[in-house]
Design a protein around this ligand. Structure first.
Ligand code: KIV
Length: 258
């Protein structure tokens, strides 16, 4: 790897330095190592692993034990990029559970944690940061709320959602988050937040104006051909390539090759 080890402060300062922040997810040793070898500064062990690795219908079934297992695997790659882990559903309802679970993810090898929400989880965020663990915010469409919300909808189109996003973003800044993910935020609101906030915004499906962009790596690689997302155009058709290679190899075995 090239360059000095990336910290939460490095990521935070990239905004002031005018540097865009590319971020990707990874869930195991090889994926983390490959993403890191491409010098991606922020690598997220996201609870999206529930869908893209474990086959759950959404992220609400992911447990702390599953997150710890995957964080340990990713951390064995010893990435130069900052390794962030998601606090899963129901793991940060109180200050006590947020602190205990954030610290378990750090014990597993995470260097920062992320949780979904703004003002309603401000006490948990302050406690996590107060204990010395850097915190990445997540606003907009919150996948852990997908069942209550009945789907993945763009946030910030109405005035009330716009105001709520501004207030939640301010709460994250005041609590001390080093950056925040904006997921499916109306692009004009993402642009406004990016222009006014002192910390970086990292968008996913929120338009081009954020300070950085994050994607779920299997979506970028075309590993999941069973659904398509408006905000990702796969750069590789890994699923089709795997099918072809497996088929060719199978035929060679069936035909008696060694
Ligand atoms: O879990 C995840 O992968 C995420 C990204 C989509 C930001 O939260």
């Amino acid at each position: 790897m090239t360059g000095a080890k990336i910290s939460a402060t490095t990521i935070r300062n990239m905004k002031a330095r005018g540097l865009k922040i590319p971020a990707l997810t990874a869930y195991d040793f090889p994926m983390t190592r490959l993403v890191d070898e491409a010098n991606i500064p922020l690598i997220l062990v996201g609870d999206s692993l529930g869908m893209v690795v474990l086959g759950y219908p959404d992220t609400t079934r992911v447990t702390m034990a599953e997150m710890e297992h995957h964080v340990r695997a990713a951390a064995r790659a010893k990435p130069n990029g900052l390794l962030v882990a998601d606090l899963p559903y129901n793991s940060y309802q109180t200050v006590e559970s947020a602190l205990a679970n954030a610290s378990s993810l750090v014990d597993a090898g995470a260097e920062a944690v992320k949780a979904e929400g703004g003002r309603e989880i401000a006490p948990q965020i302050s406690a996590i940061i107060g204990s010395g663990i850097p915190f990445l915010g997540h606003l907009g469409m919150l996948p852990q709320h997908v069942l209550e919300e009945g789907g993945y909808h763009v946030k910030g189109k109405s005035e009330s959602e716009h105001h709520a996003l501004v207030a939640d973003a301010q709460a994250l800044v005041e609590a001390g988050a080093f950056a925040m993910v904006l997921e499916l935020v109306a692009p004009h609101v993402a642009k406004e937040l990016t222009e006014h906030l002192p910390i970086p915004t990292i968008g996913i499906g929120s338009g081009p104006h954020c300070d950085g962009q994050i994607l779920v790596t299997p979506d970028l690689l075309g590993m999941l051909p069973w659904y398509s997302l408006k905000h990702v155009k796969p750069r590789l058709n890994a699923a089709e390539q795997m099918r072809l290679v497996v088929e060719e190899w199978k035929q060679s075995v069936v035909n008696g090759a060694k």
